[in-house]
Design a protein around this ligand. Structure first.
Ligand SMILES: [Fe+2]
Ligand SMILES: [Fe+2]
Length: 121
């Protein structure tokens, strides 16, 4: 079977989320991890959205809507939990893991395939 090529920048960026989830689960976590999560999400979404715009991606609106839902839900979670206790860290890790399964292995994979077919990588 022919090995399918992968979009390196997107894979690498998604890998960062795995690392952040591991750090969030750790009891001795430095609170700066939450700021890094915010910055990471914003940077990553901006890159994907820029590619979709450049390529006139057919599902652009739907994909941006999904990113915006994540942005809103993350804001809500952070605001509802001013103290980053273990309960919060558990809930946040779960939310992010669900995002990995539903978004990254879902519509992000479709976007990847679309970008790989284009000349703009
Ligand atoms: Fe995405
Ligand atoms: Fe993504």
């Amino acid at each position: 079977m022919k090995k399918t090529s992968e979009l390196i920048w997107q894979d690498k960026q998604h890998q960062v989320l795995f690392e952040l989830i591991d750090q969030i689960k750790t009891a001795e976590v430095d609170e700066s991890v939450f700021r890094r999560l915010y910055d990471y999400a914003e940077n990553h979404f901006t890159v994907e959205e820029e590619y979709m715009k450049q390529l006139n991606y057919p599902s652009l609106a739907q994909h941006i809507q999904a990113h915006n839902r994540f942005r809103d839900e993350l804001d809500d979670m952070m605001e509802a939990h001013p103290h980053y206790d273990s309960h919060f860290r558990q809930a946040l890790a779960e939310f992010l893991s669900n995002w990995l399964t539903s978004h990254i292995y879902g519509i992000d994979k479709k976007l990847e395939a679309f970008i790989l077919k284009s000349t703009y990588k």
